[in-house]
Design a protein around this ligand. Structure first.
Ligand code: FES
Length: 142
């Protein structure tokens, strides 16, 4: 009997100006990292509504990353401050429904940080592998 290897499904919301650029730089620099993250590009991390994160989990994500410009660098001035506040509220909400808050990660990455992006995706993938499939994805059930 073969045991299926768990390949985490991670949704990564990125802002157009910084973190998407970092992800793109990792790709064009041919930095090797897991293919587990599915990138969704938005204009600003502040555009990531908490409902979008919960919908991602509901639809099968084992982990979610919300990524934007470093604090002080948001191209819309205060979008990532909003992201930071929402992130803390989302972690509390996840805990309240029995999900490990480590399944949600906040990542600040500039367009020049391709290496950091790749390392963060690698770390998140390993972390989610340890946690196993999301309890609400239905993939962990036999
Ligand atoms: S534009 Fe990048 S976080 Fe706002």
């Amino acid at each position: 009997m073969s045991k299926k290897i768990f390949d985490p499904n991670i949704v990564a919301f990125t802002c157009n100006w910084c973190s998407y650029g970092g992800a793109d730089l990792a790709g064009i620099s041919r930095i090797q990292y897991p293919t587990s993250a599915k990138v969704i590009r938005l204009m600003c991390s502040g555009r990531v509504d908490p409902v979008m994160v919960l919908e991602a989990f509901k639809n099968g994500a084992d982990g979610v990353i919300v990524s934007g410009c470093h604090i002080g660098d948001c191209h819309y001035s205060t979008g990532n401050y909003r992201t930071q506040v929402r992130f803390q509220a989302l972690q509390t909400a996840l805990e309240s429904i029995g999900m490990d808050p480590q399944r949600l990660r906040l990542l600040w990455a500039s367009a020049s940080e391709g290496q950091q992006w790749a390392e963060a995706i690698t770390e998140m993938t390993e972390q989610i592998k340890k946690l196993g499939p999301s309890p609400i994805s239905g993939r962990g059930k036999k």
